[in-house]
Design a protein around this ligand. Structure first.
Ligand code: ADP
Ligand code: GN1
Ligand code: MG
Length: 375
């Protein structure tokens, strides 16, 4: 997806309840979906930053309802933090800045939807986590996020229907492959074969959900590791961000995406596939951190399928990258030719690696669960 249009950030920022003088803005972060900017204001001689985002409206069809979700979730978390937290609440949960009309978003003359958050300072996101400690902390933050939302009673809108419906993602892939509108299928033969050979993975969780063994919960659904801010000094996971897809889902989707983006010490689009492999100490760190945050409310079927969750989500995201490649790169932002195919290759290589280590990984699950939950 191409995002090269220039926006008048100064005019947009004027719509929000922010004091002081607009100083500058710059593109920020490496997300694949929204356009994100850091906007600096001078407030009494001090530079203060805000995060501005243009919500990707072609992906999120109903931004007003999406923002209702974000407000609902952040209010819920804020209330809990105000009672319990040792930390500054405005650094631990996203703070939505309102427009002068009191709305959570602004719609500009071109129909784009904008929102603004307090910028979380003294922390950053990583596309690859550097240490096991950071991996533990990040996974714990996502686990606690899930735990905190376990008693949310307000219903959330499904901002992207069937977001993690793996069987549907596979059917879409098959349709796009059949059309092969860009004549790219021949260049992805190995990946197409791998996907077709392993599509059976997609049938496991639907059966367990149907049998009532795995519950629907409120989940983040995009727990990619650069969606948690890591404190520069303490390396704690200070704030879970990118709340666009918080909606009903399975806990295993969230654990699975942490595995996908952390188990290997490599970038999501690494071209040297020999670097893409699940590493047991990294897997143990995220497992232990996640269970420290969420372990107490997981049921035994969820715990038994944690490794499966990692394989499944990695396979699903790989399928989505492959589909977007075949379809002409309409969904994810791409920065080079064949970018989505490169991303697909790393995902499928990681799935293969997780499969090879499955026994060891399941042994780690039992060990960490015993330690964190059974005590
Ligand atoms: P996308 O959906 O495109 O991934 P994100 O909401 O994840 O958008 O934002 C993209 C990046 O912007 C994040 O990875 C993070 O580095 C940065 N970011 C987002 N929100 C904030 C914030 N409130 N404070 C500081 N940085 C932020
Ligand atoms: C997108 O928004 P971002 O970059 O955190 C995508 C996720 C994918 C991820 C792959 C709404 O996440 O589903 O797993 O890219 N988000 C959406 O990197 O589709
Ligand atoms: Mg993101």
């Amino acid at each position: 997806m191409k995002h090269d249009k220039k926006h008048d950030l100064k005019q947009i920022a004027r719509q929000f309840q922010i004091y002081g003088d607009f100083v500058r803005f710059e593109p920020h972060g490496t997300g694949h979906i929204n356009d994100t900017y850091a906007v600096t204001y001078d407030q009494g001689g001090r530079g203060v930053r805000y995060t501005f985002q243009r919500i990707n409206h072609s992906i999120f069809k109903d931004p007003p309802r999406l923002m209702d979700n974000v407000v609902c979730v952040t209010d819920h978390i804020r209330k809990k933090l105000q009672q319990n937290s040792r930390h500054a609440v405005s650094r631990s949960v996203l703070t939505v800045i309102r427009t002068h009309d009191g709305a959570a978003y602004y719609r500009d003359a071109e129909g784009s939807y904008w929102r603004a958050y307090l910028f979380i300072e003294g922390a950053r996101t990583y596309d690859v986590l550097e240490t096991l400690e950071m991996a533990w902390q990040a996974a714990k933050a996502f686990g606690e996020f899930q735990c905190c939302l376990a008693d949310l009673s307000e219903p959330l809108t499904e901002t992207i229907p069937d977001f993690h419906n793996a069987q549907k993602r596979y059917r879409t892939f098959q349709e796009v492959l059949k059309k092969d509108c860009c004549n790219r299928a021949a260049s992805a033969k190995a990946e197409i074969d791998f996907l077709n050979a392993n599509a059976g993975l997609f049938d496991v969780l639907p059966r367990l959900v149907e049998a009532g063994k795995i519950p629907l919960r409120t989940t983040h659904n995009d727990t990619k590791i650069n969606n948690v801010m890591i404190d520069d000094k303490t390396h704690e996971g200070v704030c879970v961000i990118d709340l666009d897809t918080v909606m009903p889902g399975l806990s295993l989707y969230d654990f699975g995406d942490i595995v996908r983006t952390t188990a290997s010490n490599s970038l999501e689009d690494e071209k040297d596939l020999s670097k893409v492999k699940s590493e047991l100490p990294r897997f143990e760190a995220i497992l232990d951190g996640y269970l420290a945050g969420a372990g107490k409310f997981l049921n035994s079927a969820e715990v038994d399928h944690m490794v499966h969750g990692g394989k499944l989500i990695t396979m699903v995201i790989g399928t989505r990258f492959l589909t977007d490649y075949l379809d002409g790169d309409n969904y994810f932002k791409v920065h080079r030719e064949g970018h989505n195919l490169d991303r697909c290759r790393t995902q499928f290589k990681l799935v293969q690696s997780l499969m090879e280590q499955e026994e060891d990984l399941n042994r780690l699950v039992r060990k960490c669960y015993q330690k964190n939950v059974k005590g």
